[in-house]
Design a protein around this ligand. Structure first.
Ligand SMILES: [Zn+2]
Length: 413
């Protein structure tokens, strides 16, 4: 599965090591390499890196930790991870590595068919998380007109999309559906807008068939999934045939391992994505365990890409897997069923523990008969019994960030 030497990987890895080892204290401690990487074996001898190690390093050396290759004054960009799973991690970029982020996004946009003639609308609050900041930089490098929409309401955003003739919408998948809902209330027909492509990140929805189809249908646009992370970079190129996300192997080395182990997963087997970024010497990660679960496939994709395919995109997070009566369930699989049943605005999945068993409750902004239908479909398609209950319209709010759709009470006291 590992094609670590693709597109000059070996030379790039050694270039990265030459850049970071003289001054990066984090990697000086971690890597006991005596010389350049000569083979896949040398590369695979580098220990995998977990987020908690970066967090521990930052706590021991606040506020930024020791994964800084250059003096602090060289850095120009600050971002932090959302912290939904613990302590926020602060990540810095220099002007050079920020341009590398931008170039990675140029690839994302180009592969989606975006050109300099496009007008890009960023329905995103420009907060400390990386979100679409790097996309904004990449889009301006490509020569697109970039329209920021932080601090505006959904109805103002719809009006701006209409007035500016925006052709590409960038937002989370759930926010695209939320905007569609608002447009119905405001009497704006999305088909009157000029949006021809929607690009999504932050949640797996754009590769979930049910959600993808609904966005495509409501926006009458090509739906493109993207995957990236603050610690790693913008590595995911959306498959034009909707099969998932391809890894930009010019800039990243991807490996997939069996969850909780360092053993490589077989082709198509569910495993954790491990990424090495090749162009971010100022704050590098080598063999970083992303916590994202994927099914990787090699070969020429029907979209024409020969980059590694993450089939179905990011299938779930290793820490989000729910076990109901011995069956492993991912919230993304539940979302697919929920979206395929009815034109539902919002839902929430609540996970609790009854003794040793995980229990699932789904709340829907829907009528009782719709809830019953969803419950039956989940039982029929996934073989699990789930309590589906109605919630009052508007009670499961949607922000433009990552939707807080999963309430995990298993570890609550
Ligand atoms: Zn493809």
């Amino acid at each position: 599965m590992l094609e670590w030497n693709r597109n000059g990987g070996i030379a790039r890895v050694n270039g990265l090591l030459d850049e970071i080892l003289p001054s990066n204290r984090f990697y000086q401690q971690r890597l006991k390499v005596s010389g350049p990487c000569r083979s896949a074996e040398d590369f695979l001898a580098v220990p995998m890196l977990m987020k908690k190690e970066l967090v521990a390093d930052a706590l021991a050396h606040p506020p930024y930790g020791t994964n800084l290759t250059y003096p602090l004054e060289r850095y120009v960009r600050y971002h932090q991870t959302s912290g939904t799973t613990g302590t926020p991690l602060r990540v810095l970029d220099t002007a050079e590595t920020w341009d590398w982020w931008g170039r990675c996004w140029v690839e994302v946009l180009r592969s989606a068919g975006v050109t300099a003639k496009d007008r890009l609308f960023f329905a995103f609050s420009f907060a400390p998380s990386i979100g679409f900041w790097s996309a904004y930089h990449g889009a301006s490098m490509l020569g697109c007109l970039c329209i920021p929409a932080g601090g505006t309401s959904s109805s103002q955003r719809l009006r701006m999309i209409l007035d500016t003739g925006a052709t590409v919408l960038l937002c989370t998948p759930s926010y695209a559906l939320h905007l569609a809902e608002v447009s119905r209330r405001e009497g704006i027909n999305l088909r009157d807008l000029q949006v021809r492509i929607t690009i999504h990140a932050g949640e797996p929805g754009a590769s979930i068939p049910g959600t993808r189809a609904r966005i495509q249908e409501t926006w009458n646009a090509l739906v493109i999934d993207h995957a990236g992370a603050t610690e790693v970079g913008a590595y995911g190129l959306g498959c034009l045939r909707g099969r998932g996300v391809h890894v930009n192997e010019e800039e990243f080395i991807a490996e997939v391992v069996r969850p909780g182990t360092c053993e490589p997963a077989a082709e198509g087997e569910l495993g954790e994505l491990v990424i090495t970024n090749l162009g971010r010497g100022a704050w590098p990660v080598i063999r970083y365990r992303t916590g994202d679960l994927v099914r990787a496939r090699r070969g020429l994709c029907e979209c024409g890409s020969s980059y590694l395919l993450l089939d179905g995109g990011i299938v779930g997070r290793a820490d989000e897997m729910i076990t109901v009566r011995g069956m492993n369930v991912f919230p993304s699989a539940l979302e697919d069923v929920i979206r395929s049943v009815a034109d539902l605005a919002e839902y929430r999945i609540i996970v609790t523990k009854n003794g040793e068993m995980d229990e699932l409750v789904v709340e829907l902004e829907a009528s009782r008969p719709q809830c019953n239908q969803v419950s039956q479909t989940i039982r029929h398609q996934m073989g699990i019994r789930v309590n589906v209950r109605p919630a009052a319209p508007g009670s499961l709010s949607c922000s433009d960030g990552k939707a807080g759709r999963i309430v995990d009470l298993r570890h609550a006291r």
